[in-house]
Design a protein around this ligand. Structure first.
Ligand code: ATP
Ligand code: TPS
Ligand code: MG
Ligand code: MG
Ligand code: MG
Length: 325
């Protein structure tokens, strides 16, 4: 059935069941002017919002509707992970054209709810409007963090080591293989379609005492530059240490591109990049999913890298930019 035949209120009614995955914190969910939720004593509240636009952040050529919802939740959960926080509540706003088949919307919600269930997050409200254009999906997420413990972009200190979680350039490899219609990239395709936020690692890193952290939405060079600027420090990384998946090397070979660029410029990995006191190096490496790729030094707020050929180059804050020519 088309959305315009179902109508706004029937649509809201159709999605409101199975939205509460941590009932202890909810006083009022979907169904009133505002949602009402409880906060934990001794904790600060985190809030962040992220939007996904059809044609910009996703294409039904490369993703199933279920994946769209899944990744929308991941992008929002990822910003909570980047602070070392615990996700709690979300509200979701959708703008959709009247001719859309409601089965597509149901599938997107199924993806959202899957991630809500997995991370014990409640979907407590939202908004539904019509648009004469592409679908626009926005989530606002609320999380919690023990008082004074949020890991900021501005906390990096000279002498820190720089680390990343898992593989970088993974999602961009999957998207590249899809857009060039190349077979043989099963792992990274899932990385593009169904990325995971690093909630548990974010909490572990915060508890270990990392100094600064960011999640990778726009690309490693962009995120490192944000840390360098906010913290007023210089960062230097060794490009040969950036953890790339074998499918990234394979795609770079097939397309005659530089594999490092998928990590530096690709984005949407939703992995974490952080800086930490050098004394934590051993503990960080013992986590298994962390790679140390550089260090923080005193100086201008810039990022430099040592290339494979042992040359030093400036890493500009390139990466995904919505308003770049
Ligand atoms: N239109 C806006 N109005 C007010 N604040 C904004 C607006 N857009 C971004 N911000 C704020 O700017 C800062 C950086 O936002 P940005 O969206 O770049 O970070 P992010 O969500 O981590 O990255 P990404 O959106 O690429 O995942 C955040 O504090 C965000 O709240
Ligand atoms: C169809 C299609 N084309 C291109 C891309 C790549 N892409 C889009 S937005 C973005 C950065 C993060 O956005 P934001 O800063 O809004 O969080 C990236 C890397 C995609 N995912 N799908
Ligand atoms: Mg954002
Ligand atoms: Mg972020
Ligand atoms: Mg961005």
């Amino acid at each position: 059935m088309e959305l315009k035949n179902l109508g706004e209120f029937n649509f809201i009614h159709s999605i409101e069941s199975d939205t509460i995955y941590d009932p202890n914190t909810v006083v009022q969910g979907i169904g009133d002017d505002c949602a009402v939720y409880k906060v934990t004593e001794g904790y600060e509240q985190l809030v962040s919002t992220d939007t996904m636009v059809e044609g910009v952040h996703f294409s039904f050529q490369y993703m199933m509707p279920y994946d769209v919802g899944y990744r929308l939740m991941t992008a929002n959960l990822s910003d909570i992970a980047a602070m070392g926080g615990i996700p709690r509540q979300v509200v979701l706003s959708v703008a959709a054209p009247g001719h859309i088949d409601t089965r597509i919307l149901e599938e997107i919600y199924r993806g959202v709810k899957e991630q809500c269930q997995h991370y014990h997050v409640n979907l407590i409200g939202g908004d539904t409007v019509s648009i004469d254009g592409p679908m626009v999906w926005t989530i606002t997420i609320i999380g919690e963090i023990p008082q004074g413990k949020a890991v900021l972009r501005s906390g990096a200190q000279p002498g820190d080591v720089v680390g990343v979680t898992n593989y970088i350039g993974y999602a961009a490899t999957g998207l590249g293989s899809l857009s060039y219609n190349l077979d043989g990239y099963p792992m990274t395709r899932i990385g593009h379609q169904r990325p995971e936020p690093q909630i548990e690692l974010g909490i572990t890193l915060r508890e270990l005492g990392v100094h600064s952290m960011n999640d990778i939405s726009d690309g490693l060079s962009s995120e490192l530059n944000e840390i360098a600027k906010s913290s007023r420090v210089s960062i230097i990384i060794d490009e040969t240490l950036i953890p790339l998946h074998e499918e990234t090397y394979k795609l770079a070979e097939a397309l005659q591109t530089n594999p490092i660029d998928y990590a530096l410029l690709g984005g949407e990995d939703f992995q974490l990049v952080f800086t930490a006191p050098k004394e934590l190096s051993k503990a960080l490496e013992n986590l298994g999913s962390i790679t140390l790729i550089g260090e923080v030094i005193e100086g201008e707020p810039v990022v430099q890298s040592v290339t494979k050929a042992k040359e030093i180059r400036l890493l500009e804050a390139k990466g995904y930019n919505h308003f770049h020519e």
